[in-house]
Design a binder for this molecule. Structure first.
Ligand SMILES: [Zn+2]
Length: 590
């Protein structure tokens, strides 16, 4: 019995998509993709066949010379529209001609001015969680996997790339056409396309980076450790199954740190600082090649299986490269951030469970730091309970057993019961997976660096300002923790003092600025506002801008500024980011 996915109209008992051949024509003038998609099913289908769509202009559905009957349902806010093919008679393949909407949820169309080079337009897709349906009709659930091939035509001199193997290209007078194939079956959310002025640089035998030419060299320097990370990840998980591991550096408006598109991780440019200090995010996206892309959550109600496992793997890779201190301090920050989300963002305690129930709710609402940090902590606790050696054996068995499949939390528990039964005597699995909040049995964080910051923070609360001498050796994580542990409001003089102490008028690393601006806003330091605005135009990364925006909505003097700020920025943001802003504004009654 296939699981029911609350975020898909697909009925898997009707049949399954096996392969899709795409012909995609990209038009920057109209901001439309014209697509011919030829579907091959696992077995012939009779009767009805449901597909997920959102805002698609379906032109024709046919099989060979035969037109097929189809209807589109009313649009549902969370799900989009159901495309129903009907009266099928033993059909194993069909073709759909369609056009995407200029407002397609998955696609961000950018003007040349929004790129680094400033000369060519740029397009990228972001399909997780359920936006693939705004590009092509699909069984848009992570439980269905298909292979694909694609031919993508773009105007000269642009380049198209996909999260797939590039197998060839042709040029004619006006256009470039690129061919791709994806021989490993993927769930729809891992479909990914990018078009722009892109250059490539190799970093290792299996690793390289695509970026706008202006940023290529800096990116190749920053992520030079990728090949080493790949080797470490293979020690943990077994062989890498996706052939190449390349990065694509996106424009700053990308809503996330990274997106684990197979073979080609999409990455924020924020990590490129010339110091290789902010590349944990790559360890994370790389680890998804096993946990997420290879072994996949059956629905977004089990997202912790993707994100908790991947965070665990990220930490194991980082432990080898950067040591235990780094793990402890980043754990501390992750926990504090999760508590903040549990307290201030999640409106219903049921979304603090690892296994969620999301019927009637957008997957984004259930998809929070909880699945990452609580999921990771659970797995770290299991490791601690059974010992690393036994857990490492379990990890490889797990990956092998579910490779190229999807599973639910319940299937995971069954597998753990069979392979690692002692866990159930040592860890309260039920509480960790099914109950809200953060269990007290979580391993304690021990960090000399955190203790040092907390001592300085305590002194400040007793009216002793830290001196330059005291903080001179602090790394950015310690500065971030200090700013986070400040009282909710401080004096404007102290805002200025900390701005100077940490040289925050010169430091441009957005996560650090985020923490500082939150304090400044709450404290009424109005002179900071131009810099706050500058942060919103410098990055579209949700994890950076939303906490600042939430603080603005909750603070009296900035409330009225929130809507105008968003309106000024929205043109430069991804449609998904725009939707998140709208949701927060709506919830705040604005
Ligand atoms: Zn992830």
């Amino acid at each position: 019995m296939p699981v029911k996915d609350p975020h898909s109209y697909a009925d898997l008992s009707q049949g399954l998509i096996k392969h899709i051949d795409f012909e995609i024509s990209v038009d920057f003038e109209t901001r439309i993709l014209a697509i011919r998609a030829e579907y091959i099913l696992v077995e012939p289908v009779s009767g009805a066949f449901y597909l997920d769509t959102r805002d698609l202009d379906i032109e024709r559905v046919y099989s060979g010379d035969t037109e097929l009957e189809w209807t589109l349902s009313e649009s549902n806010e969370n799900l989009g529209q159901r495309l129903q093919l009907q009266n099928l008679e033993k059909i194993q393949g069909f073709t759909i001609d369609l056009r995407t909407s200029p407002a397609a949820e998955a696609l961000q169309w950018m003007t040349p001015q929004q790129t680094l080079g400033g000369e060519h337009p740029f397009l990228y897709s972001q399909c997780q969680a359920i936006s693939a349906r705004s590009i092509f009709p699909c069984q848009d659930t992570p439980a269905v996997r298909f292979t694909y091939a694609a031919s993508v035509t773009v105007s000269k001199p642009l380049t198209a790339m996909m999260a797939a193997e590039a197998v060839g290209s042709q040029q004619d007078e006006n256009a470039n056409t690129f061919q791709f194939k994806m021989p490993q079956p993927i769930p729809s959310y891992l479909f990914a396309l990018v078009v722009g002025n892109l250059a490539f640089q190799e970093m290792g035998p299996r690793t390289g980076v695509y970026a706008e030419p202006e940023q290529l060299e800096a990116a190749a320097y920053e992520f030079a450790e990728n090949e080493e990370k790949l080797v470490e990840a293979e020690k943990l998980f077994g062989p890498y199954k996706w052939d190449r591991y390349d990065l694509l550096i996106l424009p700053p408006s990308f809503p996330y740190g990274g997106m684990e598109n197979p073979r080609l991780t999409f990455l924020t440019p924020m990590s490129i600082r010339g110091n290789r200090l902010h590349t944990d995010i790559v360890s994370h996206e790389l680890a998804h090649a096993w946990t997420g892309n290879l072994v996949t959550n059956a629905t977004w109600e089990h997202a912790w299986l993707n994100e908790g496992w991947t965070t665990y793997a990220e930490k194991r890779i980082s432990e080898v490269l950067y040591g235990q201190d780094h793990i402890q301090i980043t754990n501390y920050i992750a926990r504090v951030s999760m508590f903040d989300v549990m307290e201030h963002v999640i409106t219903d305690p049921k979304f603090t469970c690892l296994r969620t129930h999301l019927e009637g709710v957008s997957p984004d609402e259930g998809f929070t730091l909880v699945s990452y940090t609580k999921g990771y902590t659970f797995l770290a606790l299991v490791e601690q309970a059974v010992g690393r050696e036994a857990f490492d054996v379990f990890i490889q068995k797990y990956i092998n057993a579910f490779a190229f499949q999807s599973l639910t939390t319940e299937e995971f528990i069954d597998f753990m019961r069979a392979e690692l039964p002692s866990v159930f005597d040592l860890v309260n699995v039920q509480e960790w997976l099914y109950e809200p909040g953060f269990p007290e049995s979580a391993p304690e964080i021990q960090s000399r660096q955190v203790d040092e910051v907390e001592a300085v923070s305590d002194n400040y609360r007793q009216d002793t300002l830290p001196t330059k001498e005291i903080v001179k050796d602090w790394d950015w994580l310690q500065k971030l923790i200090f700013l986070r542990t400040l009282p909710a409001t401080i004096s404007i003089e102290d805002c200025r003092y900390f701005e100077d102490l940490f040289a925050l008028d010169e430091d441009t690393y957005p996560p650090l600025l985020r923490e500082f601006y939150k304090v400044c806003i709450r404290s009424g330091y109005e002179q900071i506002y131009p810099q706050v605005k500058a942060l919103f135009s410098a990055t579209g990364r949700l994890a950076v801008i939303m906490p600042v925006f939430r603080t603005m909505l909750a603070t009296e003097w900035t409330q009225a500024l929130a809507r105008p700020l968003f309106e000024e920025m929205r043109e430069g943001y991804h449609p998904h980011t725009v939707a998140v802003f709208e949701r927060f504004l709506k919830d705040a009654g604005m």
